[in-house]
Design a protein around this ligand. Structure first.
Ligand code: SF4
Length: 559
């Protein structure tokens, strides 16, 4: 029964109705007169289950009907249902408990009792979701976030005509007219483009791995399933720069020789779905004019339910195949055995959207330093938001110029979301690029910078982070499943003034074991913020062992 409760607690419900892709476009755009291939029946089952679950909790009878209809065992349907849909998925109101929201909600970062792990509107923190609408609680009263409404998003999304006038699709036209994968690959290589979904893996290496496959049925999967607190850049790109993303995905597909692009879209991103569908229609209508007709890979949008771990690339493939989104052991890597066993390039939204700019603005393929990055700046800054800046901008500069806050106001910062660890304010002068942040003991991750003010309690912050990882662990492997729970318990005891130095030593060992033995990145990084804090902010943690909270926030310090 205990395990069952854990199962339900860690899932997050989709916030709004899901719609299945754009099948008409899929059919029309299939190149060379081929026929669309129906997704496997298990994937259809998951989509049907999601549609039914949206109406309310499902009874055993209804689950059995779905099982019969899709020719699946009842146990398989129940397994999917318990994994993807917690008992509160039908709740009409959810309050975000992600770190940026928790920081701005009440001055404390402790996790709230229930709610969503991240609602994706971190710049308007604290945020509440109510019946499909998003509200900021920043002023104390709910105010609907204008940028979250369908009307606003639709009116401000990039249109094909404007994109073309700015030079958009010119790179794709050139590549289709004179296919030369080597030159595009060398442009990506010269720009030192790295994956921007969190791992920072060199893009050219990934492409080469797919190109090296002897199988011709290659596919590009666009990972549009971000979910880490503080990260909302992909939503913005999907909603505001859809053609930039589509061109990047089609360019990548052309280079690696893929005949199909699948956009694996977080189901909560309903505005992005309608913008993408409109953009695909625009592209379809202009395809003759652009010389694309019959030359492009098919494009399919697949809205997917799921939580944070669904954004892990192999978990995403599992979800696309209609299974529980639990990461796969590697090797084999998706480049060899990916979606339905095919060679697969899984690439993040921002990474793909960066590619056209490399080609438009860089006729010289050897030019470097052309890569810009969207940094999501949240936490205790005056003006949180998403800012596109050159990779390598200094953290202090970003916080001061974009966040309108003096660097002296901070105790620490998270340089790359919760998975990038915590650095002390003394490192605010570092350059925000993958290698420099790593050299300084952090990880750039998705580029979500969360600033922690001087009056905050680091144990309180760790407590929020620990609860996030405990909630989001899929439970597949022991080090992560048990390790995240133990670390979270420790932070609770520290807050209460009930932890000992021996507990801290044990937890350090545990966090290192998790780094080395967890199956996927979630478990590998879950203990990093704690290890970082023990390295750089040790005194504040030890004060809690003595029953003191210097910030007077935790019960240990009388807060
Ligand atoms: Fe699941 Fe955690 Fe293991 Fe990843 S590390 S597979 S999230 S239990």
């Amino acid at each position: 029964m205990k395990a069952h409760r854990k199962e339900h607690r860690r899932r997050r419900a989709p916030a709004s109705p899901r719609v299945q892709g754009s099948p008409d476009f899929h059919r029309r755009r299939r190149p060379n007169g081929g026929h669309p291939v129906d997704p496997p029946s298990r994937a259809n089952l998951l989509a049907a289950l999601a549609g039914e679950a949206e109406k309310g909790p499902l009874t055993r009878v209804r689950l059995a009907e779905l099982a019969r209809k899709h020719g699946a065992p009842l146990s398989a349907v129940q397994s999917l249902y318990s994994f993807y849909f917690p008992p509160d998925h039908g709740a009409e109101v959810k309050v975000c408990r992600g770190l940026p929201c928790a920081l701005r909600a009440n001055g404390r970062a402790e996790a709230q009792e229930w709610g969503a792990s991240c609602l994706g509107y971190c710049a308007d923190a604290p945020v509440m979701w109510k019946k499909g609408r998003y509200f900021s609680l920043a002023s104390g009263r709910p105010r609907e976030i204008r940028e979250s409404t369908r009307a606003w998003v639709t009116a401000h999304a990039q249109r094909l005509r404007a994109y073309r006038e700015a030079g958009g699709y010119a790179a794709l036209e050139r590549v289709l007219a004179d296919p030369d994968p080597a030159s595009l690959l060398s442009a990506v290589e010269a720009a030192v483009l790295r994956g921007m979904g969190g791992a920072g893996f060199p893009v050219a290496l990934k492409w080469k791995a797919v190109m090296g496959s002897p199988r011709p049925d290659r596919v590009v999967v666009v990972n549009a399933h971000e979910g880490e607190p503080g990260t909302f850049k992909d939503r913005l790109i999907l909603e505001r720069e859809p053609h930039r993303l589509l061109e990047g995905a089609l360019l990548a597909a052309s280079v690696v020789g893929a005949t199909e692009v699948v956009i694996a879209l977080k189901s909560e991103y309903v505005n992005a779905l309608s913008v993408l569908e409109r953009s695909l229609r625009e592209l379809d209508e202009a395809s003759v004019d652009l010389g694309f007709h019959g030359n492009l890979p098919s494009v399919e949008i697949r809205p997917l339910v799921g939580s944070y771990v669904t954004g892990e690339e192999t978990a995403l493939l599992e979800a696309l195949e209609g299974r529980r989104s639990e990461p796969r052991p590697r090797p084999p890597f998706p480049a060899e055995v990916g979606l339905q066993g095919r060679p697969t390039l899984v690439q993040n939204v921002e990474t793909l959207a960066s590619i056209p700019a490399l080609l438009h603005e860089s006729p010289d393929p050897t030019a470097t330093g052309k890569v810009a990055k969207v940094f999501c700046l949240t936490g205790d800054v005056e003006t949180p938001g998403a800012y596109r800046e050159p990779l390598g901008i200094r953290a202090a500069s970003l916080i001061e110029t974009r966040g309108a806050s003096p660097s002296e106001a901070f105790k620490a910062f998270l340089p790359g979301g919760l998975s990038g660890g915590i650095l002390p304010a003394s490192r605010l002068d570092i350059e925000l690029d993958f290698d420099a942040v790593k050299r300084n003991g952090g990880g750039l991750g998705t580029g979500a910078i969360i600033a922690i003010g001087k009056d905050r309690c680091i144990v309180d912050v760790l407590s929020n982070v620990g609860e996030f990882f405990r909630t989001e662990s899929c439970g597949k492997c022991v080090p992560c499943r048990l390790g995240t729970a133990k670390l979270s318990d420790l932070f609770g005891r520290l807050r209460e003034g009930k932890a000992t130095e021996s507990d801290l030593r044990e937890a350090e060992t545990l966090a290192k074991v998790m780094q080395e033995t967890s199956l996927c990145a979630l478990g590998q990084v879950a203990g990093k913020p704690f290890l970082d804090a023990m390295r750089d902010l040790r005194e504040e943690i030890l004060a809690h062992v003595r029953g003191e909270c210097p910030a007077r926030i935790c019960r240990a310090g009388g807060g």
